[in-house]
Design a protein around this ligand. Structure first.
Ligand code: IPE
Ligand code: IPE
Ligand code: MG
Length: 229
């Protein structure tokens, strides 16, 4: 691989369709989707990617049927409990972005404990977006800036976002054939390369990641300038 992204972001879509194609309930797709998350983190780590963002639950996902939201919350708790120790052992750092106050207290506690447990690790940083949207991120940043006062410029906005501590994603991958951001990293995606894969999220694996990385390596990122070559 010639040029590797520092930060990849994953819009993990297609769990429901994966389940439907098998005559299974949507939740079965989410369960399988968790296995794909594990594979993606491992594959990204092996390839030397330093930051991986995972769009796990959007601000708009509360619109889903109550039973599905409840199942997702249950899975989230179980997943974090079972994965955090493993990721910690491998030196990975887990952080969460999004408006946490909407989650039940036990989940909020779990998020805080997981961040604290892995805070000093120097391996891959896993940024999990929960009750996150790009617009909510920007609105929240504006509110913080208004409270603080002072100069509002590009740098000030960047530093008020939930992602202040991380570089912008170089590559955003969306699975399931949909070609939209669905309110993910709106500010951060300004110069991200976009890659859309027809693979449904539960089927995502190292080969699917490599296809995206190969496409990325061939892109000419100009950032408004002219090509170096
Ligand atoms: C992605 O899969 C998981 C979440 C958004 C939580 P979906 O549940 O959106 O699956 P489809 O799009 O209905 O197939
Ligand atoms: C995007 O998927 C959100 C996440 C992956 C968490 P959705 O399935 O919610 O997006 P839409 O509704 O197809 O745009
Ligand atoms: Mg979807």
């Amino acid at each position: 691989m010639t040029r590797l992204p520092t930060h990849i972001a994953l819009i993990m879509d297609g769990n429901g369709r994966w389940a439907k194609a098998r005559g299974l309930p949507r939740t079965a797709g989410h369960v399988e989707g968790i296995r794909a998350v594990r594979r993606a983190i491992e594959a990204a780590g092996k390839r030397g990617i330093q930051y991986i963002s995972l769009f796990a639950f959007s601000t708009e996902n509360w619109r889903r049927p109550e039973t599905e939201v409840r199942d997702l919350m249950g899975l989230l708790k179980r997943y974090i409990k079972s994965e955090a120790a493993e990721i910690h052992q491998q030196g990975g750092r887990i952080v969460f972005i999004g408006a946490r106050a909407r989650f039940e207290q036990s989940i909020q506690d779990l998020l805080r404990e997981t961040e604290a447990l892995t805070a000093n690790n120097t391996g891959i940083t896993i940024i999990v977006a929960l009750n996150y949207s790009g617009r909510a991120d920007i609105v929240h940043a504006c509110q913080e800036l208004a409270k603080k006062g002072g100069v509002i410029d590009d740098e000030a906005v960047k530093n008020a976002l939930w992602t202040a501590a991380y570089p912008d994603p170089d590559l955003i991958i969306r699975t399931s054939g949909e070609e939209r951001l669905s309110n993910f990293f709106l500010w951060q995606a300004a110069y991200s390369e976009l890659y859309f894969s027809d693979v449904l999220w539960p089927d995502f694996d190292g080969a699917a990641l490599d296809a995206a990385l190969e496409s990325y390596a061939a892109r000419d990122r100009r950032f408004g300038g002219v090509s170096a070559a």
